[in-house]
Design a protein around this ligand. Sequence first.
Ligand SMILES: C[S@@+](CC[C@H](N)C(=O)[O-])C[C@H]1O[C@@H](n2cnc3c(N)ncnc32)[C@H](O)[C@@H]1O
Length: 205
Amino acid sequence: MGAYEPTHCEVVSVEPSYEMIAKRKETMATNVQGFAEKLPFIDNYFDVAMAILTIHHWSDIPKGLAEMQRVAKRKVVLLTWVDDSPKFWLEDYFPKIREIDKRLFPTIKELNQILGRITVEIVEIPYDCTDGFMCAYWRRPYAYLCEDIRKAISAFARLTNVNEGLARLQSDLDSGKWHKKYGKLLGLESLDLGYRLVACDRRIA
Ligand SMILES: C[S@@+](CC[C@H](N)C(=O)[O-])C[C@H]1O[C@@H](n2cnc3c(N)ncnc32)[C@H](O)[C@@H]1O
């Protein structure tokens, strides 16, 4: 496939999965089918390259990040997750969840080695977050009982014994045990659950 050449000021998304592409609304940015590891764009074509909660799915993270640096003139920006946040209550019910994500997400040290000088900002997750990633429902515990919500969270697909954890969550919600232990969260507006905005300047001449 030849390199895609976007028009001025255009946002272009890259998505490998035809199933995901089929779900895109017409109002969304132009999409090009492809992989981060081999971006179908010419060097320095974009001002900024951005990857939102996706690098943990890539087959080769250093290659994908090098590709982002190749196509972006000014900045590479990532939203990712790091394993230095306090325990998320969902781990009570699915103890393997952190271990799974820890294996998939690079550490800040690794990102630093790959990207060079980076800045890292904490992204607190609002209580009514409209995206559906894993910790998005931290203040809406009943949401995790919903199969459609779990289906959009890739970590659940990697877990075994989901039903056992779900039954315990349901039981703790019914009995008030969850509220006794975690009810104080219901008064918070946002929470640090390990999501980080990582940016690196390209500064090319
Ligand atoms: C959790 S979704 C996030 C999607 C989008 N960034 C967003 O915030 O709505 C992760 C996406 O990464 C895509 N993905 C998986 N492997 C990829 C790869 N090698 N290159 C680019 N995208 C990939 C998946 O198909 C999926 O759509």
